[in-house]
Design a binder for this molecule. Sequence first.
Ligand code: TYM
Length: 332
Amino acid sequence: MPRVFSGIQPTGEPHIGNYFGAMRNYVALGEQYGKNSIYCVVDLHAPTNPAAFDPALLAARTLDMAVANFAAGLDPQKVIFFVQSHVREHAELGWLFTLLTPVGELERMTQYKDKAQKLESTPAGLLMYPVLQAADILLYKADTVPVGEDQVQHIELTREIARKFNHAYGETFPEPRAVLAEGALRIPGVDGQGKMSKSKGEASTLGILEPLESIWQKLRVAPTDPARVRRTDPGDPDKCLVGDYHKLFSDAETVAEVYAGCRTAGIGCVDCKKKLMVGIGAHLGPIQERAAALQADPDYVRDALAQGAREARAIAQPIMEEARERVGFLRL
Ligand code: TYM
């Protein structure tokens, strides 16, 4: 049976890019593979980007990320869901992998380049970020990694690290592959400035737990096809983020209707956005209700995370021990 692993950073409320790009696949794979699907709030990764990090908020955001995933349909009784820093072996295996990873390869990672160029001084941890990510995955010998397209390069590096370790110390780790959500590879930000991203701030994101009124305020002013200057101009829904969002949230009939309406100027952008809000409400309403119930029961969430950490450790510790032996550390 495949073993699934994925991680999500507690750097802010999850948005619809995280949800459609990754979290929905966590749920689907969890249904299929039960306790062989392992998900983690990667709190060790979060501080690698000082620009997006706030120590006063880290613990609360970690809990919020668990709540959001449970509300989105992940059942901690069925899958393994835990917090990265609760399983110390992640950092230990990460260190072993730094020994095998050329700095030059890390400097070529696009996410590193994007983030480093915005910083005055680059922490070494930001450069090592994908090495720790490789350790996250391989600590469970996972072979299946549901992620958005922006993580594919990191999964490629994970494969390389597994190959290098196996070559140096003998066959130990599988070479995992990324599983992408079809039709949700790279969800655009609502500000029209490229990919939706937590690190770009609230103007870019539609949070899955964001009040619908606040979502509407962002959507109302969101850019549409720039060629459609007047209401009477026909538009191209394939060049419009509202068109993209309809494909995620609306039923096939509504998508066909608004796409045809846009092309013939039969529907205006405001009405098209209002129709989108119906789909958004239908999707996010129940998630938000479940989240409210979970927020009212923090003990349930904490207990679930403690249980998840125990289950994760039970898998990780023997694999870490195997890696220590392979590398040749003195065992007593
Ligand atoms: P993070 O927290 O940035 O994002 C979590 C997941 O959401 C996906 N995603 C998107 N998908 C489609 N469109 C978007 N606009 C969009 N924005 C984000 C991401 O691809 C990701 O799958 N490095 C990881 C965390 C991590 C990890 C791991 C993942 C740490 N260790 C091990 C897999 C396996 C990250 O930054 O996720």
